[in-house]
Write a protein that binds this ligand. Structure first.
Ligand code: ADP
Ligand code: GLC
Length: 492
């Protein structure tokens, strides 16, 4: 693959690989609310292995300050104009795993919440966008490609191309990765105009207008040089009205410039053989440690200590996307199977949280609902569970199912987006598979998939080979980073 890079570079008459600057709202392990952070944290490390200089620019959130302040070096500061507002902005630098991370500092915008919600979030990320554009010429690093991620950074190409001159327009290339099209950053146009000085002429359906709002993500889809998303299946899905959230038109029109690259996971961080969060370690040739992880999970969270009772787990944001409506509909029927245990780690919509809390009180000893975000516990759940349920309504990529497989926990997924691209469903005739799946967003189909998993659980030979197959699947970021590398080169 590296050779291929070089030949494409030669074709383009270049000697060096392009410099990449990734811009994103979150970056693991510094700040994280979901899979976006994992990707932004892992991709530059994987690109580095291929010889790229890939750096990250992200807000200096309070959670980062609390942990890393003494390792951060102040580079420079300036004032950012946001309509009538003028706000201080510092650019700090942090080296992490040999990757350079620029942190945009503003006590005013990056306090306790990574996402403030509503209009305030629009202002928060309008500030970030303007700060990034104003900082780029002074970083001492000249990116060839700015790789934007989701709506929070999707306005970068539009502002660069319509409000800035010089290299911003002539030589810089802009890539937009859509991690989730359901979040678009939609605001009243006057508000956006007030914050970012966007000209009236851009408030049309050809540019950023969508259903009476200005959509940051739409602006990105129009102005980025290339668009990609996080799995091949999702890249096709978002060209349809069902998944496209109003952007299917522009995405279909730009179909030739839209690609899907499936994410990977950080296989060093997620490794059951070395994971410091686990009470016992294991690998695919020796699974006794996994049993100990299960018993410890049951013991520590009030579940009956039964090795023969399968644990079905979810580690997730509790939102409509993640299929909680199906879980609500089916939970009681599934809990009729007496040996079944359920573990939910997640937070999000209050209704789903309440439903799960209530279920915990009804199924004492068999169901645990841990409402909250807890990184360490998530590792213990991936290791201690037998199955991971992910019945998503839509799923751009999904990392939880990959992490689960790495820990020998079989995913049960709906065949959508990256779930379809990463989980090979069990075939009872050939024995192939790395998990279970169902096609339609339907509670009874989900139930059938769960019951098939339960049936397999009681056939040790079948389970053993499925677990081995799941643990052998390759979800390292190396595969994905090579595809990103090719994409970057095509963009030059
Ligand atoms: P999404 O980004 O849509 O939330 P992904 O499956 O891509 O879904 O990524 C979710 C990431 O966040 C995974 O690394 C998962 O382990 C983690 N995660 C989700 N909810 C929690 C939680 N409550 N506690 C700890 N980690 C969580
Ligand atoms: C989004 C998607 C998820 C994907 C993640 C990282 O949060 O919901 O499916 O895995 O981004 O790309």
């Amino acid at each position: 693959m590296k050779k291929q890079f070089r030949s494409i570079l030669n074709e383009k008459g270049r000697k060096e690989l392009p410099n990449i600057l990734l811009a994103a709202a979150e970056c693991a392990p510094l700040s994280k609310t979901g899979g976006l952070a994992d990707v932004v944290g892992t991709l530059p490390k994987a690109l580095k292995k291929l010889g790229f200089d890939a750096r990250v620019i992200t807000p200096y959130h309070r959670c980062i300050k609390n942990k890393y302040a003494d390792r951060v070096e102040h580079m420079f500061d300036f004032y950012v104009n946001l309509g009538w507002r003028t706000q201080y902005c510092g650019i700090e630098r942090l080296m992490l795993d040999d990757v350079c991370i620029y942190l945009v500092d503003s006590e005013f915008y990056f306090g306790d919440k990574i996402y403030r919600g509503g209009q305030a979030e629009g202002e928060q990320y309008a500030f970030f966008t303007r700060a990034v554009l104003d900082a780029i010429p002074n970083l001492g690093f000249t990116p060839d490609i700015v790789h934007c991620n989701d709506w929070h950074t999707a306005m970068l190409p539009m502002l660069a191309k319509t409000q800035y001159g010089g290299a911003m327009q002539s030589s810089l290339r802009w890539l937009l990765t859509i991690h989730n099209i359901a979040y678009q950053g939609k605001f009243g146009f006057e508000y956006v105009q007030d914050l970012l000085g966007v000209e009236d002429k851009y408030y049309t359906p050809e540019f950023m207008e969508l259903n009476g709002c200005a959509s940051f993500l739409k602006a990105g889809c129009v102005f980025a040089d290339r668009i990609n998303t996080v799995s091949p299946t999702y890249a096709n899905e978002i060209k349809t009205a069902y998944f496209g959230e109003g952007l299917e038109g522009i995405l279909s029109a730009r179909s030739n410039e839209l690609s899907g690259i499936i994410n990977g996971i950080d296989t060093k961080v997620f490794n059951p053989y070395t994971d410091p969060a686990l009470p016992a370690r294991y690998h695919k040739g020796r699974l006794s440690g996994k049993k100990l992880c299960k018993l410890a999970l049951q013991r520590d969270f009030g579940l009956e200590q039964r090795e023969d009772a399968p644990i079905f787990a979810m580690v997730t944001r509790m939102t409509e996307q993640k299929g909680f409506d199906l879980v609500e509909r089916m939970l009681d029927e599934l809990m009729q199977y007496n040996d079944m245990q359920f573990f939910v780690l997640g937070s999000g919509d209050k209704d789903y949280e309440d439903f799960m809390r209530n279920a915990e009180s009804r199924y004492k000893g068999r169901l645990c609902a841990f409402i909250g975000y807890n990184e360490e516990l998530s590792h213990r759940v991936y290791a201690g569970a037998d199955f991971l349920l992910m019945p998503s309504r839509f799923e751009p990529c999904g990392l939880s199912q990959m992490i689960a497989m790495r820990y020998g926990t079989l995913p049960i997924v709906r065949e959508t987006g990256g779930l379809k691209d990463s989980v090979k469903p069990y075939n009872r005739y050939t024995g192939e598979g790395t998990g279970f799946s169902f096609a339609d967003f339907n509670a009874h189909e989900m139930k059938d998939a769960v019951l098939l998993a339960l049936e397999c659980y009681h056939k040790p030979e079948v389970m053993k080979s499925l677990i081995r197959q799941a643990m052998e699947a390759d979800f390292s970021f190396d595969r994905s980073s090579e595809e990103y590398a090719m994409l970057y080169l095509w963009m030059l």
